[in-house]
Design a protein around this ligand. Structure first.
Ligand code: ATP
Length: 442
């Protein structure tokens, strides 16, 4: 983990937020390469959900959340963790995360601590006009259920996908970007007819495993954890967690829950007419009945399958898998990030052999714009005049291809193409570069 954290800072992936003032605990900023990697991971998720499934629609809802939504969802009452204080070291911990160095007899009785961030709305802070920063992206999907039904031609089964920020006032943020207070979630709420939920749940667990494999996180490094009944969230009938071997240990990467008809039922009016399976709080405020016509024409409240993944945890898993220290001849070694090409922050670096040679630099610029126009991701001109240093840098940040323009290029239009993983170099005609690039990056 230490080496990975150092690389992330050195190369501009991830920085501690407000570092120049000593930082803000549990909050991180994503630098020039971090933002590319993050966008690429989110875009891979979005494509696999929204573009590849005609029955899944996208949504980008607000972060500020009306407190009433979180009352009916159960968050105001139950979204809390048990917290204890250690009288010896004076620190506060989540009950299941007390370090071994604290003795049991030094710990206070656990008390519940609500993880939601509350914020004032409007110019008067009278304690009554407040909202929450959403603790999960899911609730706005449920409150928009009717809007999406009315504006699309969706019928069961169908899904609503959303990527966005979520906030949790974690008692003990830790392990780099694994547990933070501000993070992003990639959540799908997949609505199915009651009775079809068990099969849909099983199928989504497999689909999600396959997706992680495509991002470079092998299925063999993920364990399925069947959450025991007494640990299930109040809305869940069954939850399977995908547990990944992070550098600090086996922990949750993604949770896949069967939320039953709890959420739509909770946010509905006239609940007594809905034949709900879940136990919900009586809703006196909603103006909408969140039901849909089943295939046989009956009105039903669908069950919901929710695959919910954290973007930061995904990045950490992807980076951890890609991070490699390779031994080279002559007792040398190199660090290389073997990222899948579609995730790499930079797809190709074009390197003129000599920094100030106008002809070489112009040719390199031409190649750069030709490849950039393909819109497959960022291509950079690496005009440092130091080939060895450029290769080392681009190995470390995971750039799949380095293309060097040298004096031979001026004579015969050929360039040297170096592959990140094999370090093989081949001489290619400039006109063949576009095809090779498309083949490698797509
Ligand atoms: P944990 O048990 O680790 O606190 P959780 O079960 O509360 O996680 P969920 O509510 O299921 O997490 O959230 C779905 C996903 O959101 C998680 O699988 C994780 O990837 C991500 N996530 C949740 N909390 C955090 C956090 N504090 N920092 C980063 N990612 C998070």
């Amino acid at each position: 983990m230490e080496e990975l954290v150092a690389l992330c800072k050195r190369r501009g992936f991830i920085f501690q937020s407000a570092e120049i003032y000593g930082g803000l605990q549990g909050v991180y900023d994503f630098g020039p390469l971090g933002v590319e990697l993050k966008n690429n991971l989110k875009s891979a998720w979005w494509k696999s959900m929204v573009y590849e499934n005609d029955n899944i629609e996208g949504l980008d809802a607000s972060i500020l959340t009306n407190s009433i939504v979180l009352d009916y969802s159960g968050h105001t009452e139950t979204f809390s963790d048990p917290m204890v204080d250690c009288k010896s070291c004076g620190l506060r911990f989540r009950e299941d995360q007390v370090p071994k160095s604290c003795k049991k007899e030094d710990l206070t009785e656990p008390r519940q601590f609500n993880l939601m961030f509350k914020t004032n709305i409007g110019p008067i802070d009278d304690g009554n006009s407040y909202a929450y920063l959403r603790p999960e992206t899911a609730q706005q999907i449920f409150t928009n259920f009717k809007n999406i039904l009315d504006s699309t031609s969706s019928s069961l089964p169908f899904g609503i996908a959303q990527i966005g920020k979520a906030f949790r006032n974690e008692i003990t943020p830790r392990n780099f970007i694994f547990r933070v207070r501000e993070f992003e979630q990639m959540e799908l709420e997949y609505f199915v007819a009651p009775g079809d939920d068990d099969d849909a749940h099983t199928s989504w667990v497999q689909k999600r495993l396959n997706w992680w494999e495509k991002q470079g996180v092998p299925i063999n490094n993920i364990e399925l954890y069947e959450v025991p009944t007494d640990e299930l969230a109040h809305y869940s009938k069954r939850t399977v967690d995908l547990m990944y071997k992070f550098p600090h240990g086996l922990e949750e990467l993604e949770g896949i829950a069967n939320r039953t008809d709890f959420d739509l039922g909770s946010h509905s009016k006239k609940q007594s007419e809905l034949n709900l399976h879940a136990k919900v709080k009586l809703n006196k405020d909603s103006n909408s009945k969140l039901s849909i016509k089943n295939n046989d024409g009956a009105m039903v409240v669908p069950f919901v399958i929710e695959p919910s993944a954290g973007v930061e945890r995904g990045m950490l898993a992807v980076l951890n898998e890609a991070f490699t220290i390779e031994n080279l001849p002559e007792n040398k070694s190199r660090i290389v990030l073997k990222l899948k090409a579609h995730l790499a922050p930079i797809k190709a670096a074009i390197i003129p052999l000599k920094k100030n040679d106008e002809k070489l630099v112009d040719l390199a610029k031409n190649i750069k714009s030709t490849l950039q126009e393909l819109a497959l991701g960022r291509v950079v001109l690496e005009n440092t005049g130091n080939i060895g240093k450029s290769y080392r840098k681009h190995d470390e940040i995971g750039t799949p291809l380095c293309i060097t323009v040298d004096f031979e290029t001026l004579e015969n239009n050929s360039v040297t193409v170096r592959d990140r993983d094999s370090m093989q170099q081949e001489r290619l005609d400039i006109k063949d570069i576009k095809n090779l690039f498309e083949e490698k990056i797509k």
